[in-house]
Design a binder for this molecule. Structure first.
Ligand SMILES: [Zn+2]
Length: 510
């Protein structure tokens, strides 16, 4: 289990994030058709893409914050983004899992970097070989994300929401996919200097610049190439733009709104023959807004699989998978809801779920994940928080994470109240229950009597807050608690009533 030494306040204000996102370009990758992709598209049968198998791909996560220790991406947000990522890739039968620990980098020059070259420097410094390296920063050179083919992926934390597809888009690039509008990134010319009216026929070729985005870093040459403009009739689809025939013509190289009903662009375009068309907004590799983008085509999927198998076999060394989560929701066993807990060394424990690789734990100031105070991914079913504020209410919840399944539901909230003294108020307890004996030897029964006729939940908790026995639910009559398994020591008997919880202490002696 991970040891937690500090509590970090995480307040996510989504409105601010949305505003910041609009200032970022959708993608900074100057995509091109690599030699590998050209070879594959010319001869797709060259690679057995093992299309019946799911390919499991390890990713390393690097969270990059400032020198002052702020601005780090959160593990809750990561889990949400991974759920979307693996959902986007479901039909490709490629799934991603986190290899190793999440890495933290505290460097402002990387958290907010002005150029992709600076990002490349970061990646060369921190990359973990044999994995796909992803760096979540605040500002990746003014973009939502980019992929450097020879290094890794940089992503803005502003573009990693549950409904964002930036990450899937950049991994698409990393696995060889260009934009469907390849060639139009700089307009008709490579640098945006020639304007084009989409009502007029497009030229037969456009120029594009992919300096810094070759397979290796080349610093001394500007690389400008010619792309053939794709025709509506499909006659040049295998050599024009991205070279995929199941991605239709698209000339839109800045973020564009889409019609959710037709999944097409509002912008009509004209191919070099004069044929009119709208762009396909469902493609993750397009620049359509995230509300329309949802898929990779069959040819794109085959290319990504072939790219992994043929060019990146080091990413496929571990294909083990434990299976799906046996249950989509777990529950917190201790502390119990409404429990008053001592403010230090508070131990939380929850039901283990079969095939869970990890659990995401959250401590919040509000219900249902509002005002997240602290979150962490742990690989055990318990977690101890060293210290919380005194006399405060907190809400804890947890969710199971599979190796590749990050979409499980949260447990219900458990509300705790911290106290400086102890969780025990004998007077309150004794006004409802008669308990005997309170000093006993191991093996003796504890007997609780009450006049109450409502359902009562009874739990026994040791001095560390750990739940000992299964909960006893009782409507009326005496409650007997066996002590055979209770070593000598102090225990707290907790009774959860409909409106509040009360507790008292018992001592077991030798
Ligand atoms: Zn892109």
């Amino acid at each position: 289990m991970r040891l937690i030494s500090t509590l970090v306040f995480i307040l996510t204000i989504s409105i601010t994030l949305q505003a910041q996102k609009e200032h970022l370009a959708p993608c900074g990758t100057h995509s091109f058709r690599s030699e590998w992709l050209k070879r594959f598209q010319a001869q797709p049968d060259r690679v057995d893409t093992r299309s019946a198998d799911i390919l499991y791909v390890p990713i390393t996560m690097h969270f990059v914050g400032t020198d002052e220790g702020t601005g780090l991406f959160t593990e809750t947000a990561l889990t949400r983004a991974l759920c979307t990522l693996n959902d986007d890739f479901k039909d490709t039968d490629i799934q991603f899992y986190i290899a190793g620990e999440i890495r933290q980098i505290w460097k402002s020059v990387y958290a907010d970097h002005a150029t992709t070259l600076k990002g490349g420097e970061m990646m060369f410094e921190y990359n973990v070989p044999g994995t796909l390296n992803n760096y979540v920063v605040d500002n990746p050179a003014g973009n939502c994300g980019y992929n450097l083919p020879y290094a890794g992926i940089a992503l803005s934390d502003n573009c990693m929401g549950a409904n964002d597809h930036t990450w899937s888009h950049e991994i698409g690039h990393a696995l060889s996919l260009p934009h469907p509008f390849l060639g139009w990134e700089g307009g008709v010319s490579h640098d945006g200097s020639v304007s084009h009216n989409f009502e007029n026929p497009a030229p037969t070729t456009v120029l594009y610049d992919y300096t810094f985005f070759k397979d290796t870093l080349i610093l001394d040459t500007m690389i400008i190439d010619t792309a053939i403009v794709e025709l509506v009739d499909g006659s040049n689809c295998d050599i024009a733009a991205d070279g995929f025939c199941d991605t239709k013509p698209d000339y839109l190289a800045s973020r564009w709104p889409c019609d959710e009903a037709t999944l097409l662009s509002y912008q009509e375009q004209t191919d070099p023959t004069g044929a009119k068309f709208f762009s396909d907004a469902s493609l993750i590799m397009s620049y359509a807004l995230d509300n329309c983008a949802s898929r990779f085509t069959d040819d794109q999927s085959e290319a990504m699989r072939a790219n992994l198998i043929d060019e990146k076999p080091d990413l496929l060394l571990d294909q083990s998978h434990p299976g799906d989560l046996s249950q989509m929701v777990t529950s917190i066993n201790f502390p119990f809801d409404e429990q008053v807990v001592y403010y230090q060394n508070i131990e939380f424990g929850w039901d283990e779920i079969d095939n869970a690789a990890n659990y995401l734990f959250q401590l919040n100031l509000g219900q249902n994940g509002t005002f997240v105070l602290y979150d962490t991914i742990v690989n055990a079913s318990t977690l101890t928080l060293p210290e919380l504020d005194i006399n405060k209410n907190y809400y804890a919840r947890v969710k199971a994470l599979g190796k590749t399944d990050f979409c499980a539901d949260w447990s219900g909230d458990v509300k705790i109240k911290t106290s400086e003294t102890s969780s025990v108020d004998n007077q309150d307890f004794n006004s409802i229950f008669t308990i005997a004996p309170t000093l006993l030897v191991q093996g003796q029964h504890i007997v609780l009597s009450s006049e109450l006729s409502q359902e009562v939940k009874i739990q026994v908790v040791d001095i560390n807050g750990r739940l000992l026995n299964p909960q006893i639910n009782k409507v009326d009559g005496d409650i007997k608690i066996a002590t055979n398994n209770m070593a000598p020591g102090v225990y707290v008997i907790q009774a959860l009533l409909q409106d509040r919880a009360v507790s008292t202490k018992v001592v077991i002696t030798d």
